[in-house]
Design a protein around this ligand. Structure first.
Ligand code: G4P
Length: 537
């Protein structure tokens, strides 16, 4: 594939690209995402003690970090957090869980170059992890697995790896191996380097780095450190793994076929630093991307030699009445970003000057001067950007459209005041085009109804808020009793629709089936082997 028009190699830009790691942490709530992220800050030297994050129950990760905005060198947007870690620049993308879980959580993953999947050792693969992993798989994003809470009684490590393979359809390869589990958890053996890391708690609740002793493994020194029994047990487990486990292959990892698996405890800092060190080594820096040319066909976009380009992956309405605007978050894919850059907005064909780019630090917005591929920039959105839009210096191409994700909450919407129907329709049309919620049509003629669908209930609140503030319409939102859906592929006429389910069409006229339970969805899939029920479109 021919490359997009190249510029002479810019060595400074190349250095910035190479040292960047843009990633997301995916997990089910409570598996330890916040704690693990906090430890990245601790090991980067940006915070002196961990445990600064208070009252975090039920909050999204970003708001947890907002209190740290004054800390030097940490830039926090409601979409990403950026700081230096051991000579690298890390962009940790925010993937809200808990009640903030929404299509944004999924879309943000499309902006990541890799992901860290955190599992709770006593629970294994849980529902939200499964959904987020499916998006990583769809996008071919390499995933590292961190099995957390090894300091608590948990499931057998071999069982956990088997569950990852079965439930997620990816090979798991133990990169390190726990020495003891639960109360006996003492450290890990790095299988690739043949090294034992033995830890000792340095402060209550892991507020400071754990003390660490290293020794080659196997070795007499390691035997002495662990004692005969634990040493022999660990050795025989490792011998078994060498024979029966999956080998680790970097190429397979980068292709999303194998996940290097690490064991540790984010709370007491056992195995966390070696994990992040391995992460820096293994996780890719921003790479080339395939783009679609305006006249048809595709080209490869090199992050260093192609001029600036980016795409919108999230749009956020500002709930602060002092700033009524929206921010469009873009992920830079190629070239150097500078203030005052004039770019082509591909969908509208207009040229736009990026005069007020922002990295938003809590409520204060800092104007940003320079950014590089892998970085996230917030742009003031005067209503012109939509999810998936491409901006570039050169123009003439687009990043591939973002997938649509299976909605899980549904509602009928209508204006409270029927006299406001026109403004309501306009608002709904614009906000669904922007990607805030999905719009569905169900039934024909007189029976026809407009529905809205989303991944998280919070989206409906944002919809109501924006209809009120931007279109001056009070909306009635009536929840409907469906909890999952799928795009129907195959002949609609021959599909046996369960009585509890409902057929609707999305804004591109594609059939979507709404189900009251995941069980009903599974049952419908079984009953209709000739059809496919897809979670993405
Ligand atoms: P999340 O962002 O994925 O939702 O999880 P978070 O890090 O907030 O962790 C959820 C709970 O699990 C917290 O306890 C946290 O302290 C605990 N935790 C995280 N990692 C480990 C670990 O490795 N070992 C143990 N034993 N616990 C861990 P909490 O009681 O809900 O909150 P807190 O009062 O401790 O802050």
């Amino acid at each position: 594939m021919a490359p997009i028009d190249s510029l002479p190699r810019d060595l400074a830009l190349e250095r910035e690209v190479t040292r960047r790691r843009t990633f997301a942490i995916i997990s089910h709530p409570d598996a330890g995402k916040t704690t693990l992220t906090e430890k990245l800050l601790l090991y980067s030297g940006l915070i002196g003690t961990a445990g600064m994050v208070k009252n975090r129950k039920g909050k999204a990760a970003t708001s947890d970090w907002m209190g740290m905005e004054q800390e030097r060198g940490i830039s926090i947007t409601s979409s990403a957090m950026q700081f230096e870690y051991k000579g690298h620049v890390v962009n940790v993308l925010d993937t809200p869980g808990h009640q903030d879980f929404s299509e944004d959580t999924y879309r943000t993953l499309t902006a990541a170059d890799s992901a860290i999947m955190v599992l709770d050792a006593s629970k294994g693969v849980e529902a939200q992890t499964r959904k987020l992993f499916a998006v990583c798989k769809l996008r071919g994003i390499p995933v590292l697995t961190f099995i957390n809470k090894m300091d608590l009684p948990g499931r057998d490590p071999i069982d956990l790896m088997a569950e990852v393979e079965e439930a997620l359809g990816i090979k798991a390869s133990a990169y390190n191996w726990p020495v003891g589990t639960g109360r006996e958890f003492k450290g890990v053996v790095d299988r690739i380097r043949g090294e034992l890391f033995l830890f000792e708690r340095a402060a209550a609740r892991g507020a400071a780095k754990a003390n660490e002793v290293r020794a080659p493994f196997p070795s007499d020194e390691a035997r002495e450190l662990l004692g005969d029994e634990l040493y022999e047990r660990t050795l025989s487990e490792l011998e078994l793994l060498d024979m029966a486990g999956n080998p680790f292959d970097v190429k397979e990892f980068l292709a999303g076929q194998v996940t290097p698996t690490f064991f540790g405890s984010a709370l007491i800092n056992f195995g966390v630093e070696p994990f992040y060190d391995a992460f820096l080594d293994l996780a890719p820096s921003p790479g080339p991307r395939v783009v679609e040319l305006k006249g048809g066909g595709e080209e490869m976009l090199d992050p260093v030699t192609a001029p600036f380009s980016a795409y919108v992956f999230k749009i956020q309405a500002n709930m602060d009445p002092r700033h009524r605007d929206c921010l469009a978050f873009v992920r830079i894919c190629s070239g150097r970003f500078e203030r005052q850059l004039v770019v082509r907005h591909e969908r509208t064909g207009k040229d736009v000057r990026l005069s007020r780019p922002h990295s938003m630090v809590a409520s204060e917005r800092n104007t940003l001067d320079e950014a590089f591929p892998g970085d996230v920039v917030g742009l003031i959105n005067p209503g012109s950007f939509q999810i998936g839009d491409t901006i570039s210096v050169k123009g003439g191409f687009s990043h591939p459209p973002l997938p649509m994700f299976q909605p899980e909450v549904f509602a009928r919407v209508s204006p409270k005041d029927t006299g406001k129907r026109k403004a309501f329709d306009k608002g709904l049309d614009q906000l669904t085009a922007e990607g805030l919620v999905q719009w569905l049509r169900s039934g024909d003629g007189y029976q026809s109804e407009s529905l809205v669908a989303a991944v998280g209930r919070l989206q409906f609140e944002v919809l109501e808020y924006r209809l009120r503030n931007e279109y001056n319409v009070e909306a009635r939102v009536e929840p409907m009793p469906y909890e999952c859906s799928a795009w129907l592929q195959g002949d609609v006429k021959t599909f046996q629709l369960p009585t509890s389910a409902r057929l609707a069409y999305d804004r591109y006229d594609r059939p979507v089936v709404l189900f009251p339970t995941t069980w009903a969805k599974g049952y419908a899939a079984q009953k209709n082997p000739e059809h496919t029920l897809a979670d993405f479109a």
